[in-house]
Design a protein around this ligand. Structure first.
Ligand code: FAD
Length: 552
């Protein structure tokens, strides 16, 4: 065998680091009332950054789930088979309470602690975060049926991952999903045709189809169906309490762009037993409570993706030499990396502000609930829209290696558009922000009260808020994206100038908030990443995104 040549000028593998070594996240964790969880978050962060877990993430994605519709005798099975790596990832997520555990934790900040765990652990693999997120999200909707919540909430919150087809009440822990989208309409769920026929004592039999139902190997599903009183919300078990299989047939799994470790199914319901949650005819109002929780996870998951991308890019640039200098020291690459880092920190800060608002809102703080209503819709719209461009740019920092699967960046890139589609696609999220703004004055008030707290700290932010207020005088539907973007940017700016790193806050305001009208037609901040105005302290900003790895 001829010996291969020496390998040089390649970075060391980015393993054995603490994903939670993330100053913007740690400061937000303390500020939002969950400093007590720091040790646990670091423990998860070290796990997520370990070679073993990184390998599990790769294996779970390269060996996607398989649907088994029938056994060899022709009996329906309707089960999904996963690679063992998936089960390992799920076990850790559930053991660390990233699913419904905070609902049974009375400590103030419990939802923020869970958000931090979800954020750092998501770096291991995004796909398995889907069932984890839906299990978290189902609880507030389920509480609209007190007796069902009493039966199932303790099992949804239990820290045992117990995979398999058995009656829910015989399992040590449960996972949940949601089943809304049909072929003829996902955003417009009122077009649902699945029928629910009363079967006595609060039970119904559901017949119809669902075009998307992710994590179909779960135990309980929140399903929308047309009852005699209108579109209603139901809790549907995959196995009936008597041990017989419910009428839930998995037709096929979607062949998805990304999110490949996770299963997303097409389902047929055939007189499937389900229980009413909330009142008949109020299905959307009930399930929206679940949707709003998963929307928070869309923001958190996007923050994770951005942080992962910029971390890998900064690590590469810290070790790769081009034209006689480290890539990170080349002024133009420093500008690209800093721009990516600014986007990432701003997203992380907004995500944790929303997690804090969630924590306080579930404890009865109405002002925080009103703030969250508008801020979450606008932020979900904007940060999810930024994700694909961010991932593409992070990928390019590695040159050709970034385009190769082994770098991990193609997986990140394929995942990036999903959060914008799911739980209110871009337009729907922007229109929702507009609806909150125009129809819920207490929400607009709470949002602007938040911005007011940053008044006077940075003149560029002050002017951006003045412009925003002016723009809101025309809240027409066609402008919804523009307005949601402006609101999200103002919120990110307000958080950064109050609490952020000064170099990051200054560069954010100079790029994302500054008024271009007096700049003679030359944009202060261009349309691609890496166009920061001169004067930004790029070295200090990039330093915050560059991971420390243990020698050897
Ligand atoms: C990987 C994945 C997993 C999913 N998992 C689930 C799941 O577990 N359960 C579930 O129920 N669904 C799930 N979905 C479905 C998802 O929620 C829907 O695809 C989404 O809500 C959009 O619905 P739709 O596909 O019918 O598109 P449509 O509703 O037809 O929307 C098409 C486009 O029109 C836009 N649009 C809609 N209304 C308006 C309007 N009024 N004005 C302007 N533009 C508008 C949308 O923003 C979108 O860009 C999943 C989807 C994906 C990709």
């Amino acid at each position: 065998m001829p010996s291969t040549h020496e390998v040089f000028n390649q970075p060391p593998a980015l393993t054995g680091y603490d994903v939670a070594d993330d100053p913007a996240m740690l400061n937000a964790l303390r500020r939002e009332g969950a400093g007590w969880a720091e040790d646990a978050v670091h423990e998860l962060g070290r796990l997520a950054g370990s070679a073993r877990v990184q390998e599990q993430g790769r294996q779970a994605n390269e060996n996607p789930p398989k649907l088994r519709t029938h056994d060899r005798f022709g009996n329906r099975v309707d089960e999904v088979e996963f690679h063992p790596a998936w089960h390992e990832l799920m076990t850790v997520a559930v053991r660390h309470g990233l699913h419904a555990a905070p609902w049974r934790d009375t400590r103030p900040g419990a939802h923020v602690a869970r958000a931090a765990g979800f954020y750092v652990w998501g770096a291991a693999d995004a796909g398995h975060c889907c069932p984890v997120s839906m299990t978290y999200a189902i609880v507030p909707a389920l509480r609209h049926a007190a007796s069902l919540a009493e039966r199932f909430e303790p099992l949804l919150a239990a820290r045992d991952y117990d995979f398999g087809l058995r009656p829910p009440e015989t399992k040590r822990g449960l996972l949940a999903g949601m089943s809304m989208t049909e072929k003829q309409g996902g955003s417009d769920v009122r077009a649902n045709t699945t029928r629910a026929v009363p079967a006595g004592e609060g039970s119904y039999l559901l017949s119809g189809h669902k075009w998307f139902t992710s994590a179909p190997m779960g135990d309980l599903f929140m399903v929308l169906a047309q009852a005699p009183g209108g579109l209603s919300c139901f809790l549907l078990p995959r196995v009936r309490p008597d041990g017989t299989r419910n009428g839930m047939r998995l037709q096929r799994l979607k062949d998805k762009l990304g999110n490949r470790s996770n299963a997303s199914a097409e389902v047929e319901y055939d007189e499937a037993l389900a229980w009413l949650v909330g009142e008949e005819g109020r299905g959307v109002r009930t399930i929206i409570e679940m949707v709003n929780m998963t929307r928070l996870d869309c923001v958190l998951g996007t923050a994770t993706g951005m942080r992962t991308g910029v971390t890998i890019a900064a690590h590469h640039a810290a070790h790769r030499t081009v034209f006689g200098r480290k890539l990170a020291d080349q002024p133009l690459m420093a500008s690209v990396l800093a721009d990516l880092a600014i986007e990432s920190e701003a997203t992380t800060m907004a995500a944790f502000r929303l997690a804090g608002a969630t924590d306080r809102a579930v404890r009865g703080d109405e002002q925080e609930a009103a703030f969250r209503r508008l801020a979450l819709a606008a932020t979900k719209y904007w940060v999810c829209k930024r994700a694909p461009a961010h991932a593409a740019e992070a990928l390019e920092c590695l040159g050709g290696n970034g385009y190769v699967e082994e770098s991990g960046l193609p997986r990140l890139y394929r995942e990036a558009p999903l959060a914008s589609i799911w739980e209110g696609s871009g337009n729907v999220a922007a229109l929702d922000a507009l609806r909150a703004l125009t129809r819920q004055p207490e929400s607009a008030e709470a949002f602007f009260a938040e911005l007011d707290q940053a008044a006077g700290a940075d003149s560029r932010l002050d002017q951006a808020v003045v412009r925003l207020r002016k723009e809101l005088s025309d809240p027409s539907e066609a402008r919804a994206r523009h307005l949601a973007e402006a609101m999200a940017l103002a919120l990110q700016g307000a958080l950064l100038v109050r609490y952020g790193d000064s170099a990051v806050a200054d560069a954010f305001a100079g790029s994302r908030l500054a008024d271009d009208s007096g700049s003679g037609g030359f944009l202060r901040w261009g349309r691609a990443f890496g166009t920061l105005p001169s004067g930004a302290d790029t070295a200090a900003i990039v330093e915050r995104a560059t991971p420390g790895i243990r020698a050897g």
